[in-house]
Write a protein of this length. Structure first.
Length: 478
């Protein structure tokens, strides 16, 4: 049983109980009592600001008089809620022992080792180690860079570590945009020995130059990022090179195959509707698609020479190469199968566009053709298999562009049929797609390969599209 002594009330209520006014000396008694209580508080309280509690000694328990002590009745004990904070007698706050599900206390640390659990490929060489460090961008301020220094040691090595048992590597996020939220940087360590590894990460933040207009002379406060350690195992290098947060393995192949199936189905339906041989068109288009895949790979290797050393198991294809290769296949196939080339191209236009509408989602989920990082609320979190961050979704914008062009071409074919000059719809659709694609290219993270190539392509596509529209209006208006 505890009670709280209130000196002011002691003096006042005691005087009222005797029917007297407070005597002149009462203020001095009150002041003396305050000093006594203050000294007792200093001796019995470990933290400033804690209340003074008087606990009766077991040897001489005495019940406090009602006129002298304002008793405090303890309330009934209550079960603590998960979000409640436990406070000790001395004012100390106890840490929460049962965090909410999904809270930061239950989440993994900022460093993770890429996992690939497949017993069939566990012994396939070469092996590599994938590492990912995650952090959140500062809420405001100027852009800055972050460098992550990774160190690793193969576990279970009893003798002196040799080549392939240790590594030290650093990777840098050149420009972190404040307000962009979650950031994940992934790096791969090739040519390491297979097994389990202990890895540590030490991040450092660097200023890359303040934006005077945005900061207005204010000093930029750089965030502090924690170091971390993790354990994990190596995996087949071909798979480790593709795995990263936000990347779905196999999504590109699956969605491109789905897009091809949808395209062939639409093309076959249009062939039946407009009186062409469904079997002949299907065989020619299937052959053209295979030639287009070869053309897409060759075009990619021509544009990106560094990818030639991993051409067999590495990803990478270009839609330009596919369109060029498929066009050659269609021309050759139409001549061999005795199918009107212009009509074949016209029914291919909406099919090709709807196929690319689906295929571009494969690009989004596999981490290719990514947009520039952005802090805008309209950005979507995606990865280029190295840097996961909020980006401009250029793949989805291009998918929407292809869908609009495909719907327009399909509507013209279904409503008006073939024109007097077959091939007009195909030429217009390709010109519109090239024009829209060139307008979206500046939004992509990858810079242009040529200085004037984009301007020339943009002007050519716009000219062809305008001429094709004039011809189509003239033909269908008759």
């Amino acid at each position: 049983m505890t009670g709280r002594i209130d000196i002011d009330e002691f003096a006042t209520r005691g005087a009222k109980a005797e029917g007297l006014r407070s005597p002149p000396g009462c203020s001095r008694i009150t002041e003396l009592g305050r000093k006594i209580v203050s000294n007792d508080e200093k001796r019995s309280t470990s933290l400033p600001g804690a209340s003074f509690f008087r606990t009766p000694t077991p040897s001489a328990p005495k019940a406090p008089t009602p006129s002298a002590i304002k008793a405090t009745t303890p309330s009934a004990p209550q079960a603590p809620t998960p979000s409640a904070t436990k406070v000790g007698l001395a004012g100390q706050v106890a840490p929460r022992t049962n965090p909410d599900p999904g809270s930061a206390a239950e989440q993994a640390g900022p460093l993770r080792v890429t996992a690939f659990d497949c017993s069939a490929l566990a012994e396939v060489e070469p092996h590599a180690l994938g590492l990912t460090y995650e952090f959140r961008a500062a809420p405001d301020g100027d852009p800055y860079s972050v460098t992550i220094a990774f160190e690793g040691r193969r576990m279970g090595v009893k003798q002196k570590p040799g080549t392939g048992d240790l590594f030290k590597v650093a990777t840098t996020v050149e420009r972190v945009l404040p307000g962009s939220g979650r950031v994940a940087i992934t790096t791969r360590i090739p040519n390491v020995k297979a097994g389990s590894w202990q890895v540590t990460a030490r991040p450092s933040v660097h200023q890359i130059g303040p934006d005077r207009e945005s900061s207005r002379g204010a000093r930029t406060v750089l965030p502090r990022l924690p170091g971390a350690s993790a354990k994990g195992s190596t995996g087949w290098a071909a798979v480790i090179a593709q795995k990263a947060p936000g990347v779905l393995l196999g999504s590109w192949a699956a969605l491109v195959a789905l897009g091809a199936a949808v395209a062939l189905s639409i093309q076959g339906a249009l062939a039946a509707l407009l009186g062409l041989s469904v079997i002949g068109v299907g065989l020619v288009s299937l052959l053209a698609s295979l030639i287009g895949l070869v053309g897409a790979k060759l075009y990619y290797l021509a544009v990106y020479p560094d990818a030639r050393r991993r051409a067999l198991y590495g990803g990478g294809m270009c839609i330009q190469g596919f369109v060029l290769g498929a066009a050659v296949g269609l021309i050759v196939g139409a001549l061999v199968a005795d199918i009107d080339l212009g009509s074949l191209l016209d029914i291919t236009a909406p099919a090709l566009m709807f196929g690319m509408t689906i295929g571009r989602f494969g690009c989004f989920f596999s981490g290719c053709c990514v947009g520039r990082p952005t802090a805008s609320r309209w950005g979507l979190w995606s990865s280029d298999r190295r840097l996961g961050v909020r980006r401009i979704p250029t793949q989805l914008l291009e998918s929407a562009l292809a869908a609009i062009i495909g719907a327009t071409a399909l509507g013209v074919l279904v409503i008006a049929g073939f024109s007097e000059f077959p091939g007009t719809i195909f030429i217009g659709a390709i010109a519109a797609y090239v024009l829209g694609r060139q307008l979206l290219l500046p939004l992509r993270a990858e810079s242009s390969k040529t200085r004037y190539g984009r301007i020339i392509t943009l002007a050519t596509a716009a000219t062809v599209l305008l001429a094709d529209i004039v011809v189509a209006i003239t033909i269908y208006a008759r």
